[in-house]
Design a protein around this ligand. Sequence first.
Ligand SMILES: Cc1cc2nc3c(=O)[nH]c(=O)nc-3n(C[C@H](O)[C@H](O)[C@H](O)COP(=O)(O)OP(=O)(O)OC[C@H]3O[C@@H](n4cnc5c(N)ncnc54)[C@H](O)[C@@H]3O)c2cc1C
Length: 460
Amino acid sequence: MKEKFSVIVIGAGPAGTTAALTLAQRGIKDVVLLERGNYPGSKNVMGGVIFTTILNKIMPDFLEKGAPVERNIPKRCFALLTPESEIFFSFKNNEFNRPPYNNIFTVLRGKFDKWFAEEAEKAGVMLLCNSVADELIKDKNGKVIGVQTRVTEGTPKEEGQIFADVIICAEGANSTIALKEGMREKFDQHSMAIAVKEVIELPKDVIEDRFHLEGNEGVAFEYYGDAVQGLFGSGFIYTNKTNISIGIGVVINDIMNAKLNPNDILEHFKEHPCIKPLIRGGKTLEYSAHMIPEGGYKKIPKLFKDGFLLVGDAAGFISTSPLHEGSSLAMASGMMAAETVIEAIGKNDFSSVTLSSYIDKLENSFVIKDMKKYSDVPEVLKNSPELFNKWPGGLASVLTEVFTISETPKEIVEENIMNKFNYEIGFVPFIIKIVQLRNAMKSFYYGFSKKIEDFVATHW
Ligand SMILES: Cc1cc2nc3c(=O)[nH]c(=O)nc-3n(C[C@H](O)[C@H](O)[C@H](O)COP(=O)(O)OP(=O)(O)OC[C@H]3O[C@@H](n4cnc5c(N)ncnc54)[C@H](O)[C@@H]3O)c2cc1C
């Protein structure tokens, strides 16, 4: 094997493959993509909806090229569960059923990552599977110049040391190289979530009838409250063609304090009276577990050093917005890292000074802008356990009062509703929390409500 390449990319997930493909498309042909699994996607887990905004940029004809998407997602639903009830919000727009399908599709990573890496290979990337990058090799000045690889299983093509002008690390959430290099802290249990997921097979027509779907459309559900036994996290269901993905994700600190295990929480979720009918008769095809970096903007590690860049989950790029965009930030950072490397190749300078333009690109894009915007959200949510364990029950009890049919006069019902709300949640704590969340999101009618606050302050 040729021992020196222009670029080595570690990890063939969305971030790494986007970086490798972008480089190859822009004429950098000696790019090697290392993947520890026996094929890309074999070890990968995602809910998963993939956001294709960036894929659309680098490969606008991805659907024509046979990208193995399961269903496009015109409908998203959010629900609060208590043991006996469900408070549900749903939004569907049929426009999202037409190209570009709002850039959101369900995928199974085993199929999608494999296809995506094959497209990178077609563009000229050398993909090496069963190959783990264990550590970086540096020159006497500390510049990263290569990686030490180890073979995992099967018949290795090559192993040993390989070298490159620059290395892009797309190892995912638990990046051991970033840790060894002191670029990120050991993840603390407050800022890392553990997620477990099952793929459950159901006949296509059953899925379409049960979830009210037409043709290739699908739906994505996010559940809070009793879905994860009142912990800081959520449950999810995504419809694929002939199976559904169901799982839960919970912040590790919470699950440890509650002395629960993720598998029991998933079983509890599946047994909920509003969930059980959705998966009835299904057969479990796959079970997987993975970590999600939830630290947000404040936990972004050092992103580059001489000859080296971090991208995707390895760099902590997951938006803490309610839409959970991990795949789009991964792909965007992969693309921007590749663009930075192309500039460095043009200058034949791989120092951190040249590579620092990666930060400018990220800061001028939605990646850092969105992460900054939601930077205070993890902290507020961490300090608001009542949102997950007490309020769902409180709201359900208020709504039960609203919807109970009885002979009680409505005047008394209204009084009961107010009393219940005040007792279960409290008007003052509710308003304080809404303001805290609005401030943390630096939005949510920020300008409008600020004007009201200012008006009240000046006139009363
Ligand atoms: C349960 C769950 C649900 C999620 N749901 C969604 C969702 O619905 N939508 C969304 O956008 N995001 C979701 N995410 C987040 C999303 O999966 C990640 O943000 C995204 O996969 C990050 O891509 P990545 O390429 O950085 O890392 P990964 O996808 O983790 O890929 C890393 C790759 O590197 C390989 N690798 C690791 N170490 C080495 C090494 N040393 N040498 C060689 N290869 C290595 C791995 O095998 C893997 O292929 C979810 C995550 C989880 C866990």
